[in-house]
Design a protein around this ligand. Structure first.
Ligand code: CA
Ligand code: ZN
Length: 303
């Protein structure tokens, strides 16, 4: 399998990036990713002073996908996420959404045995792993978007549903797409309120291909059970309105529902949720169950 090692990283998505790897459509490839601190924090004694802030949020790539043209809808299949044996979390005063954090601290957790061992002053908790990818995207049409920032191109969406056996739909802005990902979390809840999840190096197996889908509002995610519209904006209100709007247009234009039915079903079985509130912009998603559309005869996105 074609592999990119974790020294092939970039820190901003841009159309000018030079591909480090070229893959065929549908071909499996593997990206070795560093954690969001570029693996700089390795023990509980490591301090903020040791952190080189120019090396935050590395993404491995870019990967050019053969045959992808600017304007194409690209489906990125996340096949497998293998975590390293350890995760790190930090508390950083002034960062994140928890205003009461007053002290910097680092905690390194063992996740080598299939669970996350979270040490607290009151004892150790063993939590189930839910691997997810924080930073994932394609080059934007212009400019340079730091990996810490989410947007239409993907980026630091920190959506906990972007995990194994899901497909992310994005629009290519340049030929080849120029894909990259990083910032894998062993576990994170909605909101990412502290400013990080259980940050861990990983090996991510992926495949990418062009899909002839009806217009899809991107970024759009498909899991085994859900269709998910993901939206990022400066304010939460703007983000949730966009997420709602995108799911509504998907249900009408792609799934063929009537307006009133789409609205009623979004209210009855849809879920509006926060992905993250700590990156430069807010990311919110709208989830809709695939089973409901299947019952109404929708064959799926790629058919
Ligand atoms: Ca992140
Ligand atoms: Zn992260």
């Amino acid at each position: 399998m074609k592999t990119l090692e974790n020294d092939k990283v970039f820190y901003a998505f841009s159309p000018d990036m030079t591909p480090q790897l070229t893959v065929k459509q549908g071909e499996l490839f593997l990206l070795e990713t560093r954690d969001c601190f570029a693996n700089q924090l390795c023990s509980n004694e490591d301090t903020l002073e040791e952190l080189d802030w120019d090396r935050i949020n590395p993404a491995t790539g870019p990967v050019a996908i053969e045959g992808v043209k600017a304007g194409d809808m690209v489906r990125i299949d996340i096949k497998k996420i293998e975590l390293s044996g350890r995760s790190v979390m930090t508390t950083i005063p002034g960062a994140g959404a928890i205003q009461g954090i007053s002290q910097f601290s680092t905690r390194v957790f063992d996740n080598s045995r299939g669970t996350l061992l979270v040490e607290t002053a009151k004892g150790t908790l063993e939590l189930p792993l839910k691997p997810m990818i924080g930073v994932i995207g394609l080059a934007p049409p212009e400019g340079s978007i730091p990996n810490g920032t989410p947007g239409k191109h993907g980026g630091n969406m920190d959506c906990k549903l972007i995990g194994e056996n899901t497909s992310l739909y994005l629009r290519a802005s340049v030929d080849g797409g120029l894909f990259g990902c990083g910032d894998v979390h062993a576990l994170m809840g909605d909101g990412e309120v502290l400013v990080c999840g259980a940050e861990t190096p990983a090996k991510v197996t992926l495949a990418a291909s062009v899909v002839e889908a009806a217009p899809l509002p991107v970024p759009f995610l498909e899991t085994d059970s859900l269709f998910v519209a993901i939206a990022t904006a400066r304010s939460a209100e703007e983000a949730f309105k966009t997420a709602i709007d995108h799911m509504f247009s998907f249900l009408i234009e792609t799934a063929g529902l009537e307006e009133g039915d789409a609205g009623r079903l979004m209210t009855l079985v849809g879920e509006l949720k926060f992905c993250q509130v700590v990156d430069p912009e807010v990311t919110i998603r709208f989830e809709f169950p695939k089973s409901v559309l299947a019952e109404l005869g929708f064959p799926g996105i790629t058919q």
